[in-house]
Design a protein around this ligand. Sequence first.
Ligand code: CO
Length: 160
Amino acid sequence: MKKIIQEGDKILREKAVSVDNFDTPELKEIVKDMFEALNKEDDGVALAAPQISISKRIFIVSPKIIDAGDEYTVFINPTIIKQSNDRKKMEEGCLSVRWKYGKTRRSSRVTISAQNIKGEDFLMEGSGLLAQIFQHEIDHLDGILFIDHAIDIEDLPPHE
Ligand code: CO
């Protein structure tokens, strides 16, 4: 089982590298490890590969957010191709920055292009929480954490 690494680990600060081999056992293994790691976190909605120490441009989003049956949606080599100038203040946290929460300003609508596990291109538009997730996860791939730009950061560990 792959552990979700925490702020302070250098891997979280690296610029992750693009994936250029698709449909390989290695890529399937990485994605499976990401599913398992995210599935363990009750409050988790998305995860980027660097969070399990794999510095590659991959993130996944939970079916709690993108309705795809029981499946997580996989985004490989994602890029933002369009984003609204309109930005909203959002509450934000991160599975790699336990247990801090703060407020960030995020574009309220974002369109990204990405590839799926077979290497096929697709576009997805998100607004609100999904737009926030797209921006947060792509930041991870560039070594950026929400605490780098959040305000009103609070430490809120869960109650026992
Ligand atoms: Co995060």
